[in-house]
Design a protein. Structure first.
Length: 247
């Protein structure tokens, strides 16, 4: 990258001693080598601009990076093309969409192998964290299982949907208590997932008689009604575009 593509604007008057001037020149040279450094600046604001190609390999999505005056603050997220760099402390990065593993009953980020035995309505699953196999009875033989992290504690909750009455029963993983509520109708298919991206599972059903999805958002308890599909289709929900929300 050419040095003329970089502009360093000082938001306040800096002392004109030669040592500080040399420091600013060295900072510009480091940036031109596509390395990342932290200026030991006690205040003020400066903006570093560089020329980039939009969509060029995913290494930069824009041409302006702003560093706002605090000591040791850096912007993380771009990649160097060869120059080494280090950050000692005081940096931040933008949060990424949460991608949780399905059927993670122990909260270790891995899916746990499990079964539901309809006859006695028993749940069995092997925790990937320690290999233990808890078992519990919850539901009836005709219930449709619907385990998702409804409470946002990072663990899937044992839950089921009762097709005959349109009721949901959720066993909280954090304290073992359960709650129930109606949502849906007889014959609906449960399709719970995190549709609004708030880290909690949303109760939802697909109604094959009219090819309509009914989703109750946990973020505001509003209901989204979406017609999508055709007669005989089976619903398959997942985060297909990677934005942290189930589609």
């Amino acid at each position: 990258m050419k040095l003329e593509d970089l502009k360093v604007h000082a938001a306040r008057q800096l002392p004109t001693r030669p040592t500080i001037c040399r420091s600013i020149v060295l900072l510009a040279i480091c940036i031109s080598a596509l390395s990342s450094s932290v200026a030991a600046q006690s205040g003020g604001t400066f903006v570093i601009e560089r020329s980039v190609i939009a969509g060029g390999g995913g290494r930069a999505s824009g041409g302006t990076f702003t560093i706002d005056g605090t000591i040791g603050q850096a912007v993380a997220g771009t990649k160097s093309t060869g120059a080494a760099f280090s950050i000692e402390s005081g940096f931040w990065a933008a949060p990424f969409a949460s991608r949780r593993s399905p059927f993670d009953f122990d909260g270790d980020g891995k899916t746990d192998v499990g079964i539901f035995r309809p006859g006695p309505a028993e749940w069995w699953y092997r925790r990937s964290s320690d290999g233990q196999v808890p078992a519990l009875q919850f539901g009836t033989s005709t219930d449709a299982i619907a385990p998702v992290d409804y409470t946002g504690d990072g663990k899937s909750d044992v839950a089921f949907f009762r097709p005959t009455t349109g009721e949901w029963f959720i066993l909280r993983s954090e304290d073992g208590s359960f709650y129930s509520f109606p949502f849906g109708g007889a014959g609906d298919t449960p399709v719970p997932a995190d549709y609004d991206g708030d880290g909690k599972g949303d109760v939802a059903v697909f109604r094959s008689t009219n090819n309509t999805w009914y989703i109750q958002r946990s973020s505001d308890l509003g209901v989204s009604i979406i017609t999508f599909g055709a007669s005989g289709d089976l619903p398959v929900t997942a985060d297909y575009d990677g934005d942290g929300k189930s589609d």
